[in-house]
Design a protein around this ligand. Structure first.
Ligand code: PEP
Ligand code: MG
Length: 310
Protein backbone atom coordinates (compact mmCIF):
# COMPACT_ATOMS: atom_id res chain seq x y z
CA UNK A 1 0.00 0.00 0.00
CA UNK A 2 2.83 2.36 0.85
CA UNK A 3 4.46 1.67 -2.53
CA UNK A 4 1.16 2.44 -4.32
CA UNK A 5 0.90 5.74 -2.42
CA UNK A 6 4.42 6.65 -3.43
CA UNK A 7 3.81 5.91 -7.08
CA UNK A 8 0.62 7.96 -7.22
CA UNK A 9 1.82 10.96 -5.23
CA UNK A 10 2.20 13.29 -8.21
CA UNK A 11 -1.30 12.61 -9.56
CA UNK A 12 -3.79 15.42 -8.86
CA UNK A 13 -6.47 15.10 -6.18
CA UNK A 14 -9.32 14.65 -8.65
CA UNK A 15 -12.44 12.90 -7.41
CA UNK A 16 -14.12 10.06 -9.34
CA UNK A 17 -16.60 12.58 -10.76
CA UNK A 18 -13.92 15.05 -11.86
CA UNK A 19 -13.67 17.67 -9.10
CA UNK A 20 -10.10 18.74 -8.36
CA UNK A 21 -8.74 20.35 -5.20
CA UNK A 22 -5.18 21.73 -5.00
CA UNK A 23 -2.90 19.99 -2.53
CA UNK A 24 -0.15 22.09 -0.99
CA UNK A 25 2.25 21.85 1.93
CA UNK A 26 3.03 23.82 5.07
CA UNK A 27 6.77 24.48 5.28
CA UNK A 28 9.31 26.66 7.05
CA UNK A 29 12.18 26.83 4.54
CA UNK A 30 13.34 26.01 1.02
CA UNK A 31 14.70 22.55 1.90
CA UNK A 32 11.32 21.56 3.29
CA UNK A 33 9.62 23.04 0.23
CA UNK A 34 11.80 20.92 -2.06
CA UNK A 35 11.01 17.74 -0.17
CA UNK A 36 7.31 18.63 -0.05
CA UNK A 37 7.27 18.89 -3.85
CA UNK A 38 9.08 15.59 -4.03
CA UNK A 39 6.35 14.17 -1.73
CA UNK A 40 3.64 15.27 -4.16
CA UNK A 41 2.73 18.79 -3.00
CA UNK A 42 1.66 21.11 -5.82
CA UNK A 43 2.59 24.30 -4.01
CA UNK A 44 3.20 25.86 -0.61
CA UNK A 45 -0.03 26.98 1.05
CA UNK A 46 1.70 28.24 4.17
CA UNK A 47 5.30 29.21 4.71
CA UNK A 48 5.61 30.09 8.38
CA UNK A 49 8.26 32.80 8.83
CA UNK A 50 8.51 32.58 12.62
CA UNK A 51 11.52 30.26 12.45
CA UNK A 52 13.56 33.11 10.96
CA UNK A 53 13.07 35.05 14.17
CA UNK A 54 13.45 32.31 16.79
CA UNK A 55 16.57 31.27 18.68
CA UNK A 56 18.69 34.31 17.93
CA UNK A 57 19.58 37.65 19.52
CA UNK A 58 18.16 40.15 17.05
CA UNK A 59 15.60 40.29 14.26
CA UNK A 60 16.71 39.27 10.75
CA UNK A 61 17.26 42.30 8.52
CA UNK A 62 15.80 42.98 5.08
CA UNK A 63 18.76 41.49 3.22
CA UNK A 64 18.71 38.23 5.15
CA UNK A 65 14.95 37.85 4.74
CA UNK A 66 15.18 38.72 1.05
CA UNK A 67 17.67 35.91 0.50
CA UNK A 68 15.43 33.40 2.29
CA UNK A 69 12.27 34.37 0.37
CA UNK A 70 14.18 34.51 -2.91
CA UNK A 71 15.48 30.99 -2.38
CA UNK A 72 11.92 29.88 -1.65
CA UNK A 73 10.61 31.53 -4.83
CA UNK A 74 13.36 29.90 -6.88
CA UNK A 75 12.73 26.49 -5.33
CA UNK A 76 9.02 26.72 -6.14
CA UNK A 77 9.81 27.44 -9.82
CA UNK A 78 6.49 29.12 -10.54
CA UNK A 79 4.30 26.97 -8.28
CA UNK A 80 2.01 28.64 -5.74
CA UNK A 81 3.89 30.10 -2.79
CA UNK A 82 2.02 31.70 0.09
CA UNK A 83 4.33 33.35 2.61
CA UNK A 84 2.79 34.31 5.92
CA UNK A 85 4.14 37.35 7.72
CA UNK A 86 5.48 36.98 11.22
CA UNK A 87 3.00 35.37 13.63
CA UNK A 88 4.77 35.98 16.92
CA UNK A 89 3.01 36.44 20.24
CA UNK A 90 0.61 33.80 21.47
CA UNK A 91 2.66 30.73 22.34
CA UNK A 92 5.73 31.88 20.39
CA UNK A 93 7.85 34.42 22.25
CA UNK A 94 10.91 36.31 21.04
CA UNK A 95 12.93 37.80 23.91
CA UNK A 96 14.85 40.47 21.91
CA UNK A 97 11.61 42.14 20.81
CA UNK A 98 11.06 43.15 24.46
CA UNK A 99 7.33 42.71 24.25
CA UNK A 100 5.37 43.38 27.44
CA UNK A 101 4.25 40.39 29.49
CA UNK A 102 0.64 39.41 28.80
CA UNK A 103 -1.72 37.43 31.01
CA UNK A 104 -3.48 35.90 27.99
CA UNK A 105 -1.01 35.92 25.09
CA UNK A 106 -3.36 34.03 22.74
CA UNK A 107 -5.77 36.94 23.16
CA UNK A 108 -3.01 39.51 23.05
CA UNK A 109 -0.77 41.38 20.65
CA UNK A 110 -0.24 38.54 18.21
CA UNK A 111 0.28 38.17 14.45
CA UNK A 112 -0.94 41.13 12.41
CA UNK A 113 -1.70 43.03 15.62
CA UNK A 114 1.99 43.02 16.48
CA UNK A 115 3.06 44.03 12.96
CA UNK A 116 0.67 46.97 13.02
CA UNK A 117 2.17 48.23 16.28
CA UNK A 118 5.76 47.36 15.26
CA UNK A 119 5.94 48.79 11.77
CA UNK A 120 9.72 48.43 11.73
CA UNK A 121 9.17 44.65 11.63
CA UNK A 122 6.32 44.96 9.12
CA UNK A 123 8.23 47.08 6.60
CA UNK A 124 11.42 45.05 6.81
CA UNK A 125 9.44 41.91 6.00
CA UNK A 126 7.26 43.47 3.29
CA UNK A 127 10.21 45.07 1.52
CA UNK A 128 12.05 41.74 1.51
CA UNK A 129 8.96 39.98 0.11
CA UNK A 130 8.43 42.48 -2.72
CA UNK A 131 12.08 42.27 -3.67
CA UNK A 132 12.02 38.47 -3.64
CA UNK A 133 8.91 38.43 -5.83
CA UNK A 134 11.09 39.48 -8.75
CA UNK A 135 12.36 35.86 -8.70
CA UNK A 136 9.02 34.04 -8.72
CA UNK A 137 5.40 34.48 -7.73
CA UNK A 138 4.75 35.13 -4.03
CA UNK A 139 1.45 35.69 -2.26
CA UNK A 140 1.47 37.55 1.05
CA UNK A 141 -0.70 36.31 3.91
CA UNK A 142 -1.43 38.04 7.21
CA UNK A 143 -2.19 36.04 10.38
CA UNK A 144 -4.65 36.86 13.19
CA UNK A 145 -6.53 39.56 11.31
CA UNK A 146 -9.71 40.40 13.27
CA UNK A 147 -11.02 43.75 12.03
CA UNK A 148 -11.79 45.24 8.62
CA UNK A 149 -9.64 48.25 9.51
CA UNK A 150 -6.61 45.96 9.93
CA UNK A 151 -6.73 44.53 6.42
CA UNK A 152 -7.36 47.98 4.99
CA UNK A 153 -4.28 49.32 6.80
CA UNK A 154 -2.17 46.29 5.87
CA UNK A 155 -3.02 46.68 2.19
CA UNK A 156 -1.90 50.29 2.31
CA UNK A 157 1.36 49.30 4.00
CA UNK A 158 1.93 46.67 1.30
CA UNK A 159 1.47 49.26 -1.41
CA UNK A 160 3.86 51.67 0.32
CA UNK A 161 6.50 48.96 0.73
CA UNK A 162 6.10 48.00 -2.93
CA UNK A 163 6.59 51.60 -4.01
CA UNK A 164 9.79 51.75 -1.94
CA UNK A 165 11.46 48.74 -3.55
CA UNK A 166 9.64 48.37 -6.86
CA UNK A 167 8.44 44.97 -7.97
CA UNK A 168 5.11 43.54 -9.05
CA UNK A 169 1.79 43.83 -7.23
CA UNK A 170 1.26 40.70 -5.16
CA UNK A 171 -1.86 38.86 -4.08
CA UNK A 172 -2.68 39.78 -0.48
CA UNK A 173 -4.67 37.39 1.68
CA UNK A 174 -5.54 36.68 5.26
CA UNK A 175 -5.76 33.72 7.56
CA UNK A 176 -9.31 33.04 8.67
CA UNK A 177 -8.55 31.97 12.21
CA UNK A 178 -10.49 34.43 14.35
CA UNK A 179 -14.21 33.56 14.50
CA UNK A 180 -15.21 37.20 13.87
CA UNK A 181 -13.65 36.99 10.40
CA UNK A 182 -15.40 33.71 9.57
CA UNK A 183 -18.74 35.17 10.71
CA UNK A 184 -18.18 38.34 8.67
CA UNK A 185 -16.47 36.61 5.75
CA UNK A 186 -18.86 38.29 3.29
CA UNK A 187 -17.40 41.65 4.32
CA UNK A 188 -13.77 40.50 4.23
CA UNK A 189 -13.99 38.60 0.91
CA UNK A 190 -14.17 41.69 -1.31
CA UNK A 191 -11.12 43.17 0.45
CA UNK A 192 -8.67 40.30 -0.01
CA UNK A 193 -7.26 38.25 -2.87
CA UNK A 194 -7.56 35.00 -0.94
CA UNK A 195 -8.47 33.36 2.34
CA UNK A 196 -6.71 30.52 4.11
CA UNK A 197 -8.56 28.98 7.03
CA UNK A 198 -6.32 28.27 10.03
CA UNK A 199 -8.29 25.51 11.67
CA UNK A 200 -5.92 25.22 14.65
CA UNK A 201 -6.57 28.72 15.93
CA UNK A 202 -10.12 28.91 14.59
CA UNK A 203 -10.90 25.85 16.70
CA UNK A 204 -9.25 27.16 19.86
CA UNK A 205 -11.02 30.51 19.59
CA UNK A 206 -14.41 29.07 18.61
CA UNK A 207 -14.49 26.44 21.35
CA UNK A 208 -12.63 28.58 23.92
CA UNK A 209 -10.10 25.79 24.47
CA UNK A 210 -6.36 26.47 24.66
CA UNK A 211 -4.89 24.33 21.87
CA UNK A 212 -1.97 23.39 24.14
CA UNK A 213 -3.88 22.86 27.36
CA UNK A 214 -2.67 19.64 29.03
CA UNK A 215 -6.19 18.45 29.91
CA UNK A 216 -8.42 20.21 27.41
CA UNK A 217 -6.44 20.06 24.15
CA UNK A 218 -8.32 16.93 23.04
CA UNK A 219 -11.53 18.98 23.13
CA UNK A 220 -10.02 21.42 20.65
CA UNK A 221 -11.43 19.23 17.89
CA UNK A 222 -11.57 20.88 14.47
CA UNK A 223 -14.31 18.46 13.38
CA UNK A 224 -16.69 20.19 15.80
CA UNK A 225 -19.78 21.26 13.82
CA UNK A 226 -19.43 24.82 15.15
CA UNK A 227 -15.99 25.07 13.50
CA UNK A 228 -17.23 23.43 10.30
CA UNK A 229 -20.14 25.87 10.21
CA UNK A 230 -17.77 28.82 10.33
CA UNK A 231 -15.72 27.30 7.51
CA UNK A 232 -18.90 26.75 5.46
CA UNK A 233 -19.83 30.39 5.98
CA UNK A 234 -16.34 31.44 4.86
CA UNK A 235 -16.53 29.31 1.72
CA UNK A 236 -19.99 30.65 0.84
CA UNK A 237 -18.76 34.24 1.12
CA UNK A 238 -15.62 33.42 -0.88
CA UNK A 239 -17.68 31.86 -3.69
CA UNK A 240 -19.98 34.87 -3.79
CA UNK A 241 -17.04 37.20 -4.47
CA UNK A 242 -14.86 34.82 -6.47
CA UNK A 243 -12.26 34.82 -3.70
CA UNK A 244 -9.98 31.78 -3.59
CA UNK A 245 -10.18 29.88 -0.30
CA UNK A 246 -7.73 27.33 1.08
CA UNK A 247 -7.25 25.63 4.43
CA UNK A 248 -3.84 25.41 6.09
CA UNK A 249 -4.70 24.18 9.59
CA UNK A 250 -4.32 20.60 10.81
CA UNK A 251 -7.80 19.57 9.63
CA UNK A 252 -6.60 19.75 6.00
CA UNK A 253 -4.17 16.86 6.51
CA UNK A 254 -6.66 14.61 8.28
CA UNK A 255 -8.27 12.06 5.89
CA UNK A 256 -11.84 12.71 7.11
CA UNK A 257 -11.20 16.44 7.52
CA UNK A 258 -9.86 16.67 3.96
CA UNK A 259 -12.99 14.97 2.58
CA UNK A 260 -15.35 17.23 4.53
CA UNK A 261 -13.41 20.38 3.60
CA UNK A 262 -13.38 19.38 -0.07
CA UNK A 263 -17.09 18.66 0.20
CA UNK A 264 -17.59 22.16 1.62
CA UNK A 265 -16.00 23.49 -1.59
CA UNK A 266 -12.56 24.79 -0.59
CA UNK A 267 -10.08 25.34 -3.43
CA UNK A 268 -6.97 24.08 -1.68
CA UNK A 269 -5.76 22.00 1.25
CA UNK A 270 -2.31 22.72 2.69
CA UNK A 271 -0.76 20.23 5.10
CA UNK A 272 2.42 18.58 6.37
CA UNK A 273 4.35 17.03 3.49
CA UNK A 274 4.01 13.60 5.09
CA UNK A 275 0.20 13.70 4.70
CA UNK A 276 0.12 14.76 1.04
CA UNK A 277 0.15 11.38 -0.72
CA UNK A 278 -2.45 9.82 1.57
CA UNK A 279 -4.87 12.76 1.33
CA UNK A 280 -4.58 12.82 -2.45
CA UNK A 281 -5.25 9.07 -2.65
CA UNK A 282 -8.22 9.40 -0.28
CA UNK A 283 -9.82 12.12 -2.41
CA UNK A 284 -9.20 10.25 -5.66
CA UNK A 285 -11.26 7.30 -4.49
CA UNK A 286 -14.31 9.33 -3.48
CA UNK A 287 -16.87 11.30 -5.45
CA UNK A 288 -17.52 15.00 -4.99
CA UNK A 289 -21.29 14.40 -4.78
CA UNK A 290 -20.70 11.92 -1.96
CA UNK A 291 -18.45 14.22 0.09
CA UNK A 292 -20.75 17.19 -0.49
CA UNK A 293 -23.48 15.09 1.16
CA UNK A 294 -21.02 14.10 3.89
CA UNK A 295 -20.23 17.77 4.52
CA UNK A 296 -23.94 18.62 4.77
CA UNK A 297 -24.47 15.89 7.35
CA UNK A 298 -21.37 17.00 9.29
CA UNK A 299 -22.74 20.55 9.51
CA UNK A 300 -25.94 19.20 11.04
CA UNK A 301 -24.21 16.95 13.60
CA UNK A 302 -24.37 17.66 17.33
CA UNK A 303 -20.68 17.19 18.18
CA UNK A 304 -17.32 16.13 16.77
CA UNK A 305 -17.81 12.45 17.67
CA UNK A 306 -21.01 12.38 15.67
CA UNK A 307 -19.12 13.87 12.70
CA UNK A 308 -16.43 11.22 13.05
CA UNK A 309 -18.98 8.42 13.04
CA UNK A 310 -20.59 9.54 9.75
C1 PEP B 1 -3.70 27.62 12.27
O1 PEP B 1 -3.93 28.37 13.22
O2 PEP B 1 -4.47 26.72 11.90
C2 PEP B 1 -2.45 27.78 11.49
C3 PEP B 1 -2.26 27.13 10.35
O3 PEP B 1 -1.49 28.61 11.99
P1 PEP B 1 -0.52 28.22 13.20
O4 PEP B 1 -0.73 26.75 13.47
O5 PEP B 1 0.85 28.58 12.74
O6 PEP B 1 -1.04 29.11 14.29
MG1 MG C 1 -2.78 30.14 13.52
Amino acid sequence: AREALRESRHLPATTLDGHTVEIAANVANAAQAASAIEAGAEGVGLMRTEFLFLERDSAPGEEEQYRVYREMAETMAGRTLIIRTLDIGGDKQVPYLNLPHEENPFLGVRGARLLLTRQDLLYTQLRALYRAAAHGPIKIMFPMVTHIAEIEALREHCERAREQVGGPKLAIGIMVEVPAVAVMADRFAPLVDFFSVGTNDLTQYTLAVDRQHPELAAQADSLHPAVLGLIANTVAAAKKYGTWVGVCGGLAGDPLGARILTGLGVDELSMSAQDVAAVKAELRKTSFAEIQALARRALAARNADEVRSL
